[in-house]
Write a protein that binds this ligand. Sequence first.
Ligand SMILES: NC(=O)c1ccc[n+]([C@@H]2O[C@H](COP(=O)([O-])OP(=O)(O)OC[C@H]3O[C@@H](n4cnc5c(N)ncnc54)[C@H](OP(=O)(O)O)[C@@H]3O)[C@@H](O)[C@H]2O)c1
Length: 336
Amino acid sequence: MLRVGIVGATGYTALELIKILLRHPEVTITCLTSRDPDRPHVSEVHSLFRDQLGLNFCPLDIDQFCSAVDFAFCCLPHAASAEIVGQLIDKGLKVVDFSADYRLNEVSTFETWYNVKHPDPDRVGKTAYGIPELFRDSIVDADLVANPGCFPSSALIPLVPLLKSGLIGTSQIIIDSKTGISGAGRKANLKFHYPECNESISAYGIGTHRHMPEIDQIIHRFCGSETSVVFTPHLTPMDRGILSTIYVTSADSAGPSDVMDCWNDFYKEQPFVRVTSGSVATKHVSGTNFCDISASVCRDTIVITSALDNLIKGASGAAVQNFNAMCGFDETLGIL
Ligand SMILES: NC(=O)c1ccc[n+]([C@@H]2O[C@H](COP(=O)([O-])OP(=O)(O)OC[C@H]3O[C@@H](n4cnc5c(N)ncnc54)[C@H](OP(=O)(O)O)[C@@H]3O)[C@@H](O)[C@H]2O)c1
């Protein structure tokens, strides 16, 4: 059994990660960290694990953590994560990092969009980007994988095959995404209190959301040309889930059936991407590692819809998929 640890294990992504790891046949969870000096039992924070996991959270001590685990998942916020990840790698651990710290190729882009100095600039631009369906070859050999943002996964999974094959134009790509509130994490914030968001939908981060440069970067990598992605997320009164509606122009009069053929071919060996001619919905993928994608046409515009669970395919499921690839396990272990 491989010993795994989670840094920042009291949050929402860690909760889902623990659930998955408990059913993974090749791992045992040996260390969960939190800054809480009272070292609560795991069930005092995540009551779901009552009688299932006999561990207490402990503050992170790098030496102790590295002697207790073979592999680390880092579920910290951006900037806090890169303070830690480099130390874990230097001690010989493999790591999947959930934060945005290693997703962007340029330190200057990170510092502009995240408004903070990068704590580990030397690893930026050298890290595998964790969508296995698109970057498996670099993930398999990596010591560090940057788990992607939840919105970028929902947009890039449908877009990349179409851009690669030239079926759609790059001049205007409009991504309109709806997310559940767990996307903001567990920490208290007035904006996400129940009376503030229940029975209400609002757009946020218009033109400024930090996932925009991440989407741009990957699209640029695949199609070579600059794109002008317009990305607007909306907060919706759901616990979890992302639905992205993506408006693109077709090239060479390609229609929805060409789009579906392209996806069916590109993803034919990929168990977690489901192509459907029916409707996609957050409920159909809730609690799963699936990303469902569909295409329709409205006048000259191809309308793509994509649904995933922000905490699973958008975070912890993708992380375990990456972990499986990095460790040579069947990629579906624990998540199918
Ligand atoms: N939520 C999502 O849908 C989602 C999707 C994709 C990626 N992500 C990314 O995944 C990471 C975790 O997200 P989350 O939703 O699980 O967040 P969360 O629920 O707020 O949990 C964050 C965890 O980090 C710890 N923490 C917070 N600030 C810290 C700091 N300054 N130094 C050290 N530890 C700190 C907290 O533990 P203690 O307070 O107990 O120490 C907690 O365990 C973030 O980088 C996020 O952007 C989230």
